[in-house]
Design a binder for this molecule. Structure first.
Ligand code: SF4
Length: 216
């Protein structure tokens, strides 16, 4: 029962007693919307906004499979491009946890887990620690944009910057840390963790030129 359904039922009752309110015109709008034919849109599936960093960050290497997390990353469950597809969504704060349990019972050796920096600082940093402690082979692909984008670009509370994050992850025992960026030079003077690198996305990280989000 949504607001429009309620309005459709209340307007006939309220109009006689509140004749000055534009109730009837609202119901006419609702009726016009209900008459629209949406079948022409049925073939479309959701995709990212043009320029969205997810367009690049969620592209998988050949053979990889991935788990997603709440946010616009959920589009990857139905997205048209197979190289961006995810097979499982976790709950917020649960990123990587299903694989830590599952990895002992499958021949698959590796999993990718998409995650945002807001989630890492909120709660999911512990998941990385647990993955290390459990010896799980997993790549957390952390989309670092400095904000909690999904809820309106609030500050990622607890953030101490990218370089500090790499040092923290290194201290937890993460085996390999790569900062993938269009501008590796920006990070040459940063105090990244020893052994970590800043590199440009390689060819298979780039979205195909035919994809809707290829401007990222
Ligand atoms: S994360 Fe932002 S830019 Fe990307 S699809 Fe969602 S709303 Fe659009």
């Amino acid at each position: 029962m949504d607001a429009d359904s309620v309005a459709e039922r209340l307007v006939p009752l309220l109009t006689p007693v509140l004749p000055d309110l534009p109730l009837r015109s609202r119901n006419e709008e609702i009726a016009a919307v209900r008459k629209r034919n949406y079948e022409a849109l049925a073939a479309r599936t959701p995709n990212f906004c043009s320029g969205c960093p997810h367009s690049t960050s969620t592209v998988l290497a050949p053979g990889q499979i991935a788990m997603g997390a709440p946010g616009c990353n959920c589009f990857n469950t139905v997205i048209e491009q197979p190289e961006r597809h995810i097979d499982v969504m976790t709950q917020y704060g649960g990123e990587g946890l299903p694989w830590i349990g599952l990895s002992r019972y499958t021949d698959r050796e590796h999993m990718v887990q998409h995650i945002g920096d807001g989630s890492i600082y909120h709660s999911s940093y512990l998941n990385v620690r647990w993955a290390v402690a459990a010896g799980a082979t997993i790549t957390f692909k952390l989309l670092y944009n400095g904000v909690v984008a999904n809820t309106g670009a609030q500050d990622a509370v607890g953030s101490r910057g990218l370089a500090s994050l790499t040092r923290g992850l290194e201290s937890e025992g993460v085996a390999r840390i790569v900062v993938m960026t269009k501008e590796p030079k920006r990070y040459r003077r940063e105090r990244l963790a020893p052994g970590s690198r800043s590199v440009r996305p390689t060819a298979w990280w780039r979205p195909p030129t035919s994809s809707p989000g290829s401007r990222a």
